[in-house]
Design a binder for this molecule. Structure first.
Ligand code: C5P
Length: 221
C-alpha cells in the first residue's frame, strides 16, 4: 500500500481547530490531494440518523464501496446533529475498519495529477499515515473553537446557540479523546500548531515554513 515517492502530510486535531482550512491551503499550495476524513464519519453518522432501520455493517460497507468524493461535499453533513452522530459511530472499531481502506487509498495512491496527499482527522498520524513525511497536531482553545464553529453555523443559517455549540464540542472532545479505538492523541513526533491567536494566513505561513525547509533539504522543491 505504501508509496514512497509522494509527499504525505498527516494532520490530527480536535473539532473546529482550523485543521480543515489549513489542509485545504496546504493542498492548494503544494498540489496535493486533500481528504477531510471527518466527512466520511459524518456521512455514516448521517446514514445512522436517516436510515436507522437499514443501519447494519453490511449496509455501511456497501455505501462506502460506492462512496464518491462528491458525496462528502453535501451540506447536510455540516449540522451539529450529524457531527454528534459521527462521533458516536466513530467509536465502533468495525466501522473504523470499513473506512480505513478508503483513507489508505487516498493517502498513498492519490490521483496521478497530484504530488501527494494531505489527510486531516483524529487518527491520521497515529493509525492512518504513521509514516507521513509531515505530521501536524493542530489545536486551539475550546472556547475559541466554539466561537468559530458558531460563526460558521450562523453563516449556514443553522439555528443553534453559542452555549450549545460549546457543550457539543466539549462532549465530542471527550468522546474522541477517551475512546478505545483511534483516540485523538498528540504523538511525540508531531509538530504542535496552536491556532488560538493566529490568523488563517499566519498559521499557514508557519506550516509552510516547516514544509518548505524539509522539502528543500530533500531536494523536492
Ligand atoms: O472532523 P469532524 O469534526 O468533521 O469529525 C466528525 C467526527 O468524526 C469526530 O468528532 C470524530 O468522532 C470522527 N472522526 C474520527 N476519525 C477521524 C476523523 C473524524 O473518529 N479520522
Amino acid at each position: 500500500m505504501k508509496n514512497k515517492k509522494i509527499i504525505t502530510i498527516a494532520i490530527d486535531s480536535p473539532a473546529a481547530a482550523g485543521a480543515g482550512t489549513q489542509a485545504k491551503l496546504i493542498a492548494k499550495n503544494y498540489n496535493l490531494f486533500h481528504l477531510d476524513t471527518g466527512k466520511i464519519y459524518r456521512y455514516i453518522g448521517y446514514l445512522r440518523l436517516k436510515q436507522r432501520e437499514k443501519f447494519t455493517y453490511k449496509f455501511i460497507q456497501d455505501k462506502i464501496n460506492v462512496l464518491k468524493l462528491k458525496n462528502l461535499k453535501d451540506k447536510k453533513l455540516l449540522t451539529d446533529e450529524t457531527a454528534t452522530s459521527a462521533s458516536i459511530i466513530a467509536k465502533d472499531l468495525k466501522i473504523r475498519k470499513i473506512v480505513h481502506k478508503f483513507q489508505q487509498k487516498c493517502a498513498y495512491h492519490p490521483p496521478k495529477i497530484y504530488r501527494g496527499s494531505v489527510l486531516d482527522g483524529r487518527d491520521i498520524i497515529t493509525i492512518q499515515v504513521k509514516d507521513a513525511m509531515f505530521k501536524f497536531f493542530i489545536t486551539a482553545n475550546v472556547k475559541i473553537r466554539a466561537k468559530r464553529r458558531y460563526e460558521e453555523y450562523k453563516k449556514l443559517k443553522k439555528k443553534i446557540s453559542y452555549s450549545d455549540v460549546l457543550k457539543s464540542l466539549k462532549n465530542r472532545d471527550k468522546s474522541d479523546r477517551e475512546r478505545k479505538h483511534g483516540p485523538l492523541i498528540k504523538t511525540k513526533d508531531s509538530i504542535l500548531i496552536n491556532t488560538s491567536k493566529l490568523s488563517k494566513k499566519a498559521c499557514f505561513l508557519k506550516i509552510k515554513k516547516i514544509i518548505d525547509k524539509k522539502l528543500k533539504i530533500d531536494g523536492n522543491i
